[in-house]
Design a binder for this molecule. Structure first.
Ligand SMILES: NC(=O)c1ccc[n+]([C@@H]2O[C@H](COP(=O)([O-])OP(=O)(O)OC[C@H]3O[C@@H](n4cnc5c(N)ncnc54)[C@H](OP(=O)(O)O)[C@@H]3O)[C@@H](O)[C@H]2O)c1
Length: 267
C-alpha cells in the first residue's frame, strides 16, 4: 500500500475514498474534486485511471490508486480499515467515503440470469458499500473531524432503487438495499455524540457505459430498452461532468444528511 502521500510536504487536509473512480460518473467526480488544492483521493477500481495522480499533482492535491475488485468486499474493507488505522485522529479536517461503483448484470428476467452475475452485482453494488461503510465508520471513530460533522458517507443509489424495473432485478435490489441500509445507519449515527452523516443519493440519468448497456439490451428480454434509447435521442442524459457537479454540490450542502434518501433532481 502506498502511504507516501502522507508525508508532511504533501499534507492534504481533505480525504475522500471513492469507489468506481476509473470511468463514468466516478472518474468525473474524481477529477472535479481534485481540482481544489489540499485534497487526497483514494481512487478504487479494478483498473484505476492512470492520469489521476498527475491531474491531482497539477492542482496541489494527491491521488492514490487502490486497484481492487470490490467483488471481494471483505478484502477491500480490510484494506480500508488497515489504512485508516495508520492515520492519527487529527490528521484530516474532513473525510468522505463515496460508494459510487455499481454493476448492472446482463439485462433479462431473473430466471435467465447466471448466479455468478447476480452475485457480482450484489457484491459490488451492496455488500462492498456496506462493508466499506462499516470499516470507514469504525476507522474514523474518535477522529476530531467527527466533532464538526465532517465525516460523511455518500452512497450513489438510483431511481431504480425506488421504482422497480423488469430485467434488472439484481440492480434494483442492490440500490433498494443501499437506500434502506443508509436509512438504518443514519438512525444509528443519530444516537451517537459525534455522528457521521450519510446519504443515499440518486444521481440522475447519465451518459456513461452503464447507459450504453441499457440501450444495448435485448428487447425480448428487457422491455424498457426503448425508453433508454429515447432518453438519449431526446438529449435527456446528463454528461458525466454535469452529473458529477450535481453530486459533489450535494456532498457540500450544509444540510447534508438531514434526509438520508435524496435525488439530485429534487434538490
Ligand atoms: N449511468 C446512469 O444513468 C446512472 C443512473 C443512476 C445511478 N447510477 C449509478 O452511478 C454509479 C456510477 O455509474 P456509471 O454510470 O458511472 O457506471 P460505469 O460507467 O459502468 O462505471 C462503473 C464504475 O464502477 C467500477 N466497478 C465496476 N465493477 C467493479 C468491481 N468489481 N470492483 C471495483 N470497481 C468496480 C468501474 O471500474 P472498473 O471497471 O475499473 O473496476 C467503474 O469505475 C453507479 O453506482 C450506478 O449504479 C448511474
Amino acid at each position: 500500500m502506498d502511504n507516501s502521500l502522507d508525508s508532511p510536504a504533501a499534507a492534504p487536509t481533505h480525504l475522500m475514498v471513492l469507489t468506481g473512480a476509473s470511468r463514468g460518473l466516478g472518474l468525473a467526480m474524481a477529477r472535479q474534486w481534485l481540482r481544489t488544492p489540499g485534497r487526497h483521493l483514494i481512487a478504487v477500481a479494478r483498473r484505476p485511471d492512470t492520469t489521476l495522480a498527475d491531474w491531482a499533482a497539477q492542482h496541489g492535491s494527491a491521488c492514490t490508486a487502490w486497484p481492487l475488485d470490490l467483488a471481494d468486499a471483505p478484502a477491500a474493507a480490510q484494506q480500508l480499515g488497515d489504512w485508516l488505522a495508520t492515520q492519527t485522529v487529527d490528521r484530516w479536517a474532513n473525510a468522505t467515503l463515496l460508494n459510487n461503483a455499481g454493476v448492472l448484470s446482463p439485462l433479462g428476467p431473473i430466471g435467465a440470469s447466471r448466479a455468478t452475475e447476480l452475485s457480482n452485482a450484489l457484491r459490488v453494488g451492496l455488500e462492498a458499500p456496506m462493508l466499506l461503510t462499516a470499516a470507514f465508520l469504525r476507522g474514523t471513530e474518535g477522529w476530531s473531524a467527527r466533532q464538526g460533522g465532517a465525516v460523511k458517507v455518500l452512497n450513489i443509489s438510483s431511481g431504480l432503487g425506488r421504482r422497480a424495473m423488469a430485467g434488472s432485478a439484481s440492480y434494483c435490489a442492490a440500490k433498494a438495499g443501499m437506500d434502506h441500509f443508509s436509512r438504518a445507519v443514519a438512525m444509528e449515527e443519530a444516537q451517537r455524540p459525534h455522528p457521521a452523516r450519510i446519504v443515499s443519493l440518486a444521481p440522475g440519468v447519465i451518459d456513461t457505459d452503464m447507459q450504453g448497456q441499457l440501450r444495448g439490451g435485448d428487447p425480448a428480454l428487457f422491455p424498457d430498452r426503448l425508453r433508454f434509447v429515447q432518453l438519449q435521442e431526446a438529449g435527456l442524459l446528463d454528461s458525466a461532468e454535469a452529473a458529477a457537479a450535481k453530486v459533489l454540490a450535494w456532498l457540500a450542502r450544509a444540510d447534508f444528511g438531514a434526509q438520508p434518501i435524496a435525488d439530485v433532481r429534487e434538490g
